[in-house]
Design a protein around this ligand. Structure first.
Ligand code: NI
Length: 166
């Protein structure tokens, strides 16, 4: 699968709930995980591959891959942490973002089984980053306006054709 990059309108749309988790979603999740591995990322959301549905996959080193369909973040800790984040849709760039340290998330997996997860550390961070993608939000939206504009203009300068679509 190709990963859509900054500037593509799909990345700014709100993804729709999955109405029924059919066997097609096992295949979609596997394709998304294959793409995630190919580009050595930590997480990948539907809108990043042009699928405007509420699904994302996460695979952290030494952990099993996780598939989240129709996720909801039901709790976030008041404690926050400032950590560096990047995104496969904005390759080559990073920014320091403040987010809650721990989250509780409820979702369904690719087989249609519901699960609840308490996450901290990197997993909590990636869950929030990917969830944002379903809302059409990118990590750069959490930066100050000055930092965001600086990053975007540098990105556009380096990707003159990639940022535009015919
Ligand atoms: Ni991302």
């Amino acid at each position: 699968m190709d990963i859509l990059k900054l500037g593509m309108p799909e990345l700014r749309q709100k993804a729709l709930p999955v109405s029924r988790i059919t066997p097609d979603y096992e295949l979609l999740a596997q394709n998304m995980l294959d793409t995630l591995h190919k580009y050595k990322g930590a997480g990948l959301a539907g809108p990043q591959v042009g699928v405007l549905e509420r699904i994302y996959v996460i695979h952290l080193e030494r952990d099993k891959p996780l598939v989240f369909i129709n996720p909801s973040i039901t709790e976030t800790s008041p404690d926050t942490c400032l950590c560096e984040e990047g995104c496969l849709s904005i390759p080559g760039f990073w920014g320091d973002i403040t987010r809650p340290k721990t989250v509780r998330v409820q979702a369904w997996n690719e087989k249609g089984r519901p699960f609840t997860l308490e996450a901290s550390g990197l997993l909590a961070r990636v869950i929030q980053h990917e969830y944002d993608h379903l809302e059409g939000v990118l990590y750069i939206d959490h930066l100050s306006q000055v930092k965001r504009e600086r990053l975007v203009s540098k990105y556009e300068r380096l990707n003159k054709t990639g940022a535009k679509r015919k």
